[in-house]
Ligand binder design. Structure first.
Ligand code: 6PG
Length: 217
């Protein structure tokens, strides 16, 4: 199914629209996977202010980096910052031992909570999403969570929700902003063979700004 594209004037407006949709999808609670990286900060700030049944909501990062707990580059740290005090359930990746151990631990935590209500995902310039990088063996993993090594974006060791998990969602929401993402966005919208194109759901939404969509204001 072709993605539903919404182009907004700038990053803030695209973020705000994505946050509103995520809020609607979570109005009765449920499990959501949320991207790490820099793009979603604005959206998380807005989402955290919405009146949602937070005690009925479970959040998990779409992927995690093998860095010490509390490291500013960990996705858990980002989610803690915005959602840590709202009373929602947070599923933390335990990365102390190895990517393999973190994957199997998260597999056990996730299994009873699936399916996802939604996944809010980012898009890398090379077409990756979560920590599903082009050509990486993690793309083939069938279990719910995959260890990742040699990731093209630092750090190289990571753990990611696999397609088996991401594709359980009723909705997938990509938030893609900035001119640097233009080429990857084009590929995603045209269903070209990049990792992000293989995330499927009943509804795939793409919230982009004009810079990413290649439109002048
Ligand atoms: C991560 C991700 C990753 C991210 C994209 C976009 O932890 O790195 O979850 O998939 O969403 O790389 O990252 P930016 O938003 O920083 O461009």
């Amino acid at each position: 199914m072709a993605p539903i594209l919404r182009i907004h004037e700038n990053h803030e407006l695209a973020s705000s629209a994505a946050a509103s949709l995520v809020g609607e999808l979570l109005h009765k609670g449920g499990l959501a996977a949320l991207a790490g990286g820099r793009t979603p900060r604005n959206a998380y700030q807005r989402l955290a202010k919405l009146a949602l049944p937070w005690s009925e909501i479970q959040l998990v990062a779409s992927d995690e980096r093998l860095l010490p707990d509390g490291d500013p580059e960990r996705n858990d740290t980002l989610l803690d910052e915005y959602f840590g005090r709202l009373g929602c359930t947070r599923l933390h990746f335990d990365t102390r031992e190895s990517a393999e151990a973190a994957a199997s631990d998260m597999e056990q935590k996730l299994k009873p909570l699936l399916p996802l209500k939604l996944a809010l995902l980012g898009l890398g310039e090379d077409g990756h999403t979560a920590s599903l990088f082009p050509g990486n063996p993690a793309l083939q993993v069938r279990s719910l969570v995959a260890p990742v090594h040699d990731a093209a974006k630092p750090p190289p060791d990571r753990v990611t929700l696999s397609y088996s998990t991401l594709n359980t969602g009723k909705a997938v929401v990509f938030l893609v902003t900035g001119a640097g993402k233009g080429e990857a966005l084009h590929q995603l919208l045209h269903g070209e063979n990049i990792p992000a194109s293989h995330v499927q759901a009943e509804q795939v939404w793409v919230f982009a700004d004009r810079a990413a969509a290649g439109q002048r204001s």
